[in-house]
Design a protein around this ligand. Structure first.
Ligand code: GAL
Length: 456
C-alpha cells in the first residue's frame, strides 16, 4: 500500500520490554517445557511464563461486572519512539468493521460464526459503507506448535486462519485478529478459557510474522493484566509489537487495549492506530453514559491515524432505542472506531439503517479527523461539537435525562458566525437556516445531531 513505508533498515528500535532480568527473548521453544522466563523484580522472583503442561491454574471466573484488578504502580518506562507517518497512514480515518467479542464472546466463537457475520456485512450493505475489518477476538487459539507458532483451534476454525483470511479478502473485507503482550489472554482470566501459552511475550516477532503470513490486516493487542502477571509496562510492550508488525512488511493496523489505565493518549499516537480509553462497554445506560463522559477532554490527542477508542458498538445488544441512536451519533461525534458487535445476519433493518446512515458516517470519517469535544454540560443535556473538512460543523445535543427537552446552543458558543443551514443528520431532515442559535428537541438518553453548513 502506501509508499510512505520506511525501509526496514534502519528501523527505530523501541525500548525493550521492561521485564527485569535481562533483554527480550527471541522465540526459543522446547516442546512442553518451561518457556524459560523467570522474571525477577526487585530481587524477588516475580512470575513464570509457561507453555505446555505446566500452565498455572486458571483464576476463578469473575462475576459480572468483573472486579477491577488492583495493580501495582506503573514503573516509569521510557517513552517509545513513535513511528509516526507510516503507522498513521494505515488508518487515516477511524477503522470500521465487526468484532466477534460482543456477540460470540469466547465459547461461541467459530469460523462459521465469523464467516456468516462477514457475509451479512457484505450482503446487507454494511461493507460498502466502510465496515470492512472483520476481527476475530479472543479464544481462537489452541496453543503453539513445536516451533512456537500460534495455532488456531482446529475444531473452531477447521479451515485455519490463512483460509479465513483468504475468504474475507475474497469478499472485499479485511482480516483482524486478537493477541496479548503478556502470557495470558483476558479470556484465560475471565472466561476460564483453558488454553495456556498463547500470549505473545517472547514470541512477538514470530507472532507478527505468523499474522502477516495469514493475511492479517489488523491486530487487536490487549493488555490483560500483563503488568500484574508478567511485570510489564505498557508503552514499551505495545511499541515492541508495533515494531515487529512493521518489520513483517505487511500493513497491519494496530489497535491497543489497556482500558485507558496508562493514559495511552499521552504516549500511543504514532505507535498504535487506536487505543482504548476505558474498560469494556456494556449494553446498558450507565456504561454508555460513563464511556461518553470519559471522552471529554481527550479530543486534542486524536488525529488521523491515531484515534481514541471508547470501545466497540453495543448497538442492538440491549440498549434502549434512544441509547442506540446515542451510541452511533456520539461515536461519530467522537471520531471513534466503529466496530459492530452483534448478529449481523439477524439484525433488524432499522439498526442496519442506523449503522449505515451516510450522514453520520461522513462525520465519523471526516478527513480532518478532529474529534468532537464537550462544549457544555447542563446536567441534563450536553453539547458536543466538531469542525469538519468542508467548513461545516457538527453539533450533538445529548440528553442524559429521563425527560423530553429542547436543547439550544448559540452559534457564538460553537465558535461560528454568519448564516448556516441546519440538517438533522440522524432523522435526515432539513431544519431551515439560522444566524444566531440552534434549537432542537431531544428525547431521554437520545442524541440529536445537527450539521451546520455555511450559506453562501
Ligand atoms: C478484554 C477486552 C475485550 C475482549 C476481551 C477478550 O480485555 O477489553 O474487548 O477483547 O478482553 O478476552
Amino acid at each position: 500500500m502506501p509508499s510512505t513505508r520506511p525501509s526496514r533498515a534502519p528501523r527505530h528500535r523501541a525500548e525493550p520490554v521492561q521485564h527485569a532480568g535481562g533483554p527480550r527473548r527471541r522465540p526459543r521453544v522446547v516442546a512442553f517445557v518451561l518457556a524459560g522466563l523467570f522474571l525477577v523484580a526487585g530481587g524477588t522472583a516475580g512470575a513464570f511464563a509457561l507453555t505446555g503442561a505446566f500452565a498455572p491454574e486458571p483464576e476463578p471466573l469473575a462475576q459480572t461486572p468483573a472486579p477491577k484488578p488492583t495493580r501495582p504502580p506503573i514503573t516509569p518506562a521510557p517513552t517509545p519512539t513513535p513511528t509516526g507517518p507510516y503507522r498513521e497512514s494505515l488508518a487515516l480515518t477511524p477503522p470500521m468493521g465487526w468484532n466477534s467479542w460482543n456477540y460470540l464472546r469466547c465459547n461461541d466463537l467459530s469460523e462459521e460464526g465469523v464467516r456468516s457475520a462477514a457475509d451479512a456485512i457484505v450482503d446487507r450493505g454494511l461493507a460498502k459503507m466502510g465496515y470492512r475489518y472483520i476481527v476475530v477476538d479472543d479464544c481462537w487459539q489452541s496453543g503453539r506448535d513445536a516451533d512456537g507458532r500460534l495455532i488456531a483451534d482446529p475444531e473452531r476454525f477447521p479451515s485455519g486462519m490463512k483460509a479465513l483470511g483468504d475468504y474475507l479478502h475474497s469478499r472485499g473485507l479485511k482480516f483482524g485478529i486478537y493477541a496479548v503482550p503478556g502470557t495470558m489472554t483476558c479470556a484465560n482470566y475471565w472466561d476460564r478459557y483453558p488454553v495456556r501459552g498463547i500470549g505473545s511475550l517472547g514470541f512477538e516477532a514470530l507472532d507478527a510474522q505468523t499474522f502477516a503470513e495469514w493475511g492479517v490486516d489488523y491486530l487487536k493487542y490487549d493488555w490483560c493484566r500483563a503488568d500484574i502477571n508478567d511485570k510489564m509496562t505498557e508503552p514499551p510492550a505495545f511499541a515492541l509489537m508495533e515494531e515487529e508488525l512493521r518489520a513483517t512488511g505487511r500493513d497491519i493496523v494496530l489497535s491497543i487495549s489497556e482500558y485507558g489505565e496508562s493514559k495511552p493518549w499521552t504516549w500511543a499516537p504514532g505507535i498504535a492506530n487506536l487505543w482504548r480509553t476505558s474498560h469494556d462497554l456494556h449494553p446498558n445506560w450507565p456504561s454508555l453514559r460513563d464511556h461518553i463522559n470519559a471522552e471529554a477532554g481527550l479530543a486534542k490527542y486524536a488525529r488521523p491515524g491515531a484515534w481514541n477508542d471508547p470501545d466497540m458498538l453495543q448497538l442492538a445488544n440491549g440498549l434502549g432505542p434512544n441509547e442506540n441512536v446515542t451510541q452511533m451519533a456520539m461515536w461519530c461525534m467522537l471520531a471513534a472506531p466503529l466496530f459492530i458487535g452483534t448478529d449481523t445476519a439477524k439484525l433488524e433493518q432499522k439498526y442496519v439503517d442506523l449503522l449505515t446512515n451516510p450522514e453520520l458516517i461522513a462525520i465519523d470519517q471526516d478527513r480532518l479527523g478532529i474529534q468532537g469535544d464537550r462544549l457544555r454540560d447542563d446536567g441534563d443535556v450536553q453539547v458536543w461539537g466538531r469542525r469538519l473538512a468542508d467548513g461545516s460543523y457538527a453539533v450533538a445535543f445529548w440528553n442524559t435525562s429521563y425527560s423530553n427537552l429542547t436543547a439550544t446552543a448559540t452559534l457564538d458558543e460553537l465558535g461560528l458566525s454568519g448564516t448556516f443551514s441546519m440538517r438533522d443528520v440522524v432523522a435526515r431532515t432539513d431544519l431551515g437556516e439560522t444566524s444566531d442559535a440552534v434549537s432542537v428537541p431531544t428525547v431521554p438518553h437520545g442524541t440529536t445531531m445537527v450539521r451546520l453548513d455555511p450559506v453562501r
